[in-house]
Design a protein around this ligand. Structure first.
Ligand code: MN
Length: 192
């Protein structure tokens, strides 16, 4: 079965050339996943992806996530990615869409805080359409509550005020390597 949501993803890629997943497998995870992929394409950025339904909803965050309460980071929406993209680390070949190394910078499960709020109760699909997502990320580097708020075309990624807030941590700078393989972006670039 083809997934209509992935048409844009597929149209941008030649799967005989790129090692990225083609998106044929659709196995939901028992708990929804998030992944943050550090991607050195034309500009270095951090791709935040949340498992919502049968795809990874995706945003490109140029500066990466902040751990400081109230810090706002621009999050530009990008095309839905297949669920198995959460496992992708490697190099997108030259001249292909998004050419450059991709690192699994952080990953883990997440909780939907709006669904946990009895007066609110919105599921992730509704939250996405509402342009207001509130999640608790259980990553290795990135933990705690984050809001994603739609403001026109773009979204903002904002750290919520909770016990995981710590403006001094700055894992984007202090923990640059892959959470999956321990490799740096340069090592991925060389090894593929
Ligand atoms: Mn990217």
């Amino acid at each position: 079965m083809s997934n209509k949501k992935l048409e844009k993803y597929k149209s941008k890629r030649d799967f005989s050339k790129t090692g990225e997943p083609s998106g044929e497998r659709r196995k939901k995870n028992p708990r929804p996943l998030f992944v943050i992929q550090k991607h050195d394409a034309q500009n270095l950025h951090y791709d935040l992806r949340l498992e919502i339904g049968d795809v990874l909803k995706s945003w490109a965050v140029p500066k990466g996530p902040s751990t400081g309460t109230g810090d706002k980071r621009l999050a530009a929406p990008t095309e839905d990615h297949p669920l198995e993209y959460a496992d992708f680390e490697g190099v997108i070949p030259e001249e292909e869409y998004g050419a450059g190394p991709v690192m699994i910078w952080d990953t883990g499960t997440y909780r939907n805080l709006r669904a946990e709020d009895e007066e609110d109760g919105m599921d992730m699909d509704e939250s996405y359409k509402d342009g207001k997502i509130k999640v608790w990320l259980n990553g290795k580097k990135v933990k705690g509550g984050y809001s994603l708020i739609k403001t026109g075309k773009d979204w903002l990624l904002i750290k919520m005020d909770d016990r995981e807030s710590d403006a001094r941590r700055n894992p984007v700078r202090s923990e640059p390597a892959s959470v999956k393989t321990g490799r740096t972006l340069d090592e991925i670039r060389e090894e593929g």
